[in-house]
Design a protein around this ligand. Structure first.
Ligand code: GTP
Ligand code: MG
Length: 194
């Protein structure tokens, strides 16, 4: 995929702020700090267009990144970040739910999980939520560089089993550090938008 142009269009908190038009959108969901913003940056080979941080809770709004004037990556705030108030958490939950359940332009959700660990309760809940709404989901197990190659298949098996991965859903092993899985991810993303 040749990226000629990538720009942030809006950080939205409510539907009136979502971009107009009917370009397809791919949303990134997952636990705080799992690597959603890093995934976007790696895919479009930009160092820091989507702001990343070693501190969880960096992304707090729905950030719409327009790629090649063709489609949007939508960076969604991560869940499972302890250091926010209950009220804040509820507000984020509503914002995310509204977007995921009402946005017609949304073609698929990339659900990122950490390949090092079994999915958390929140990961499983998120996946079930997406399946309840019949949302095409691409599970990306990221940070593959942090697990020795010989152990990849064992970790992958555990994740697929814990999620009860739906047969129609794609699963991709990925690393934002090395770029492993990037080409496969592009193939799957383009297919989901076609
Ligand atoms: N080694 C390694 N580190 C990664 C990878 N992906 C992300 N990271 C690191 O993990 C940390 C969190 O990455 P982010 O991309 O900011 O995570 P996020 O999911 O956007 O986090 P929030 O915006 O807080 O929800 C950063 O320090 C990244 O450098 C990966 O594939 N490999
Ligand atoms: Mg982020």
């Amino acid at each position: 995929m040749n990226i000629k142009k990538a720009e942030i269009v809006i950080s939205a908190v409510k539907p009136q702020q979502y971009p107009k038009g009917d370009l397809p959108e791919i949303a990134l969901a997952g636990r705080s700090n799992v690597g959603k913003s890093s995934f976007i940056n790696k895919m479009i080979h930009r160092k820091n267009l989507a702001r990343t941080s070693s501190k969880p809770g960096k992304t707090q709004t729905l950030n719409f990144y327009l790629i090649n004037d063709q489609f949007y990556f939508v960076d969604v705030p991560g869940y499972g970040y302890a250091k926010v108030s209950k009220k804040e958490r509820e507000a984020w939950g509503k914002m995310i739910e509204t977007y995921l359940t009402t946005r017609i332009q949304l073609k698929a959700v990339v659900l990122l999980v950490d390949v090092r660990h079994p999915p958390t309760k929140d990961d499983i809940m998120m996946y079930e939520f997406l399946k309840y709404y019949k949302m095409p989901t691409i599970v990306v197990a990221t940070k593959a560089d942090k697990v020795p190659k010989g152990k990849w298949s064992k970790h992958v098996k555990i994740i697929k089993k814990a999620l009860h991965l739906h047969p129609n859903d794609e699963f991709i092993l990925f690393s934002a550090e090395t770029g492993y899985g990037k080409e496969e991810a592009w193939n799957v993303l383009l297919k989901s938008m076609s």
